[in-house]
Ligand binder design. Structure first.
Ligand code: LLP
Length: 419
C-alpha cells in the first residue's frame, strides 16, 4: 500500500499531514515514510525466500541518509558501497563491515586501504590491475582480501542508456569472455581470496528477461571456472529491479524476481548477494514543494515551484517521469508545465501534463523520489542543499538539515593577494 495518502482532503505521509512538515521545516524538503521502506525491504526478503543462501546489501547510492541506512540495517540489510564516503556512512549507521560489498569502477588506493582496515565482506573487482593492487595492499597488511570479479555479460538491459551498465560498450565489468584467464592469474596471488563473480546490468529494469539472460551467462561462467579448478562460493547478482514511476509501468514484483532467481540458480551451490537500491527506496519518498507562481506560457501555464533540478536531478539527466500531485487536491485539474527556479531550460519537471489545479502558495509533491533524489542533490545556483525528514506514524524528524549557501561559504576563502 502507499504510505502517502489523502486523508480528510490533505496529503499525509503515514499519519502526518505534509502541510505540518512544510510549516515546521520549510520547502523544498524530502519526506520519507519508515513503513514504506520497511514494507519494500520485507517484500524483497520474502520474495527471495525460494532462493538458497543469500544476503541483501542495499545500494547506498540510492539513498545514503544515515537514518535510512539504520532502518534498513534493522531489517537485516547490508550495504553495497561505491566510495569511501559511502563505506563510512554504512559503518556509522551500524551495518557490520562483513555485510559490506565494495563495487565501483574507480576505487582509489586510499579507499582500498580504508575498506581493508574496516574488514569489509567483499571487493567486486572491475579490472585485473585493481586485483593485483588490492592483493599487494592486503598482503602488506598481513591480510587476505575477499573478492569477486565483476563481469560484463553484454546484455541489453532495455533501460535508459545513461543507467545501462551491462552492454559491452559500457565502462563497467570485465568482458565475460576474458574473465576465466583473468581469474586464473588473480587467483594465484597471495593477499586475495578470489571466490566469486558479480554482475549488474543496469537500473530501472521493467522486465526480468535481461536479468535472466545475464544470470544464465554468469551460471555458465561459474561452471567454467569450477571446471578450471577454482572454488566459487559467492555470486553477486547486483540490483536493477525497477519501480512504477508512471501509472502504466508494471515493474516485476519481488516475488517474480525471487522465483526467477531460484529457478536459474538452483544448481549453483553458492552464497548469493543482491544489491537493490531503487526497488527498496523509490516509493518511500516524495519531494515536498511550494508553488511560487503560476506564470502564463505560450500554450500552457508554468507552475513555478520552489524545488528545482538541483534538488531532484533525474528529470534533467534522464528525462525521467515523476508523478506530481497537489497536497490539497480539489478534484479540479489543469494542463500545465512544472518548473523550478534554476536558470537552466532543463529545470523542468514536466510539460503539458494534466495535473491537479494549483495556485501560488499551494503545496505539491514530486512522487517516487526516495531513490536517487536527495543523494544526487547539489547546491547549484547557490541554493541550499535540500533537507530530509523521516516520518513514522504520527512522528516526524529532520534526518538531514538544510545546508545553506552561508554554511558552504564558510569553507571558501578569498586569498590575501586579492584583498
Ligand atoms: N549495484 C551496482 C553495482 C550498481 O551500479 C547499482 C546502480 C546498483 C547496484 C543499484 O541499482 P538499483 O537497484 O537501484 O537499480 N541515478 C540513476 C540510477 C543509477 C544507478 C547506478 N547503479 C537514476 O536516478 O535513475
Amino acid at each position: 500500500m502507499s504510505h502517502f495518502e489523502v486523508i480528510g482532503g490533505t496529503l499525509h505521509a503515514e499519519n502526518v499531514p505534509l502541510a505540518r512538515i512544510a510549516e515546521a521545516i520549510g520547502t523544498p524538503v524530502y519526506v520519507y515514510s519508515t513503513e514504506a521502506f520497511r514494507e519494500a525491504a520485507r517484500a524483497f526478503r520474502k520474495g527471495l525466500e525460494p532462493v538458497g543462501r543469500h544476503h541483501v546489501a542495499f545500494a547506498v547510492k540510492a539513498n545514503p541518509n544515515l537514518a535510512v541506512l539504520r532502518l534498513l540495517a534493522n531489517e537485516g540489510f547490508g550495504a553495497d558501497v561505491v566510495s569511501g564516503g559511502e563505506l563510512s556512512r554504512a559503518l556509522a549507521a551500524g551495518i557490520p563491515a562483513k555485510d559490506v560489498v565494495f563495487s565501483g569502477v574507480g576505487k582509489t588506493r586510499k579507499e582500498l586501504h580504508q575498506a581493508l582496515d574496516a574488514g569489509i565482506g567483499q571487493f567486486n573487482l572491475e579490472l585485473e590491475e585493481e586485483g593485483v593492487v588490492l592483493a599487494e595492499i592486503a598482503h602488506s597488511k598481513g591480510m587476505v582480501a575477499p573478492a569477486a570479479l565483476r563481469v560484463n555479460p553484454d546484455v541489453d538491459a532495455g533501460t535508459h542508456e545513461k543507467i545501462s551498465t551491462g552492454k559491452a560498450e559500457n565502462k563497467f565489468g570485465l568482458p565475460i569472455d576474458q574473465a576465466p584467464a583473468i581469474f586464473d592469474r588473480l587467483a594465484k596471488l597471495e593477499g586475495i581470496n578470489l571466490r566469486g563473480v558479480a554482475v549488474h546490468i543496469g537500473s530501472q529494469l521493467l522486465s526480468l528477461a535481461p536479468l535472466e539472460a545475464a544470470f544464465e551467462r554468469v551460471g555458465k561462467l561459474v561452471a567454467e571456472l569450477r571446471a578450471a579448478g577454482h572454488t566459487i562460493t559467492h555470486v553477486d547478482l547486483g540490483g536493477g529491479l525497477g519501480v512504477a514511476y508512471k501509472p502504466e509501468d508494471v515493474p516485476p514484483t519481488s516475488a517474480a524476481f525471487g522465483e526467477m532467481v531460484a529457478r536459474v540458480t538452483k544448481d549453483w551451490d553458492v552464497e548469493l548477494m543482491f544489491e537493490p537500491g531503487r526497488h527498496i527506496s523509490a516509493n518511500a519518498g516524495v519531494l515536498l514543494t511550494e508553488v511560487l507562481w503560476v506564470k502564463p506560457g505560450v500554450t500552457n501555464p508554468w507552475v513555478v515551484v520552489d524545488a528545482a533540478m538541483n534538488d531532484l536531478q533525474r528529470v534533467a539527466l534522464y528525462d525521467a517521469y515523476h508523478g506530481f500531485a497537489s497536497v490539497t487536491p480539489s478534484g479540479e485539474t489543469m494542463v500545465a508545465n512544472v518548473c523550478g527556479p534554476v536558470c537552466e531550460s532543463s529545470d523542468v519537471f514536466l510539460k503539458n501534463r494534466e495535473i491537479d489545479a494549483l495556485k501560488s502558495g499551494d503545496l505539491a509533491v514530486l512522487q517516487s523520489a526516495g531513490a536517487y533524489g536527495a543523494t544526487m542533490a547539489s547546491t547549484y545556483n547557490s541554493r541550499a542543499l535540500v533537507p530530509e525528514v523521516l516520518v513514522s506514524g504520527e512522528r516526524f524528524e529532520l534526518v538531514a538539515g538544510r545546508i545553506t549557501a552561508e554554511t558552504i561559504m564558510g569553507e571558501e576563502q578569498v586569498p590575501d593577494w586579492l584583498k
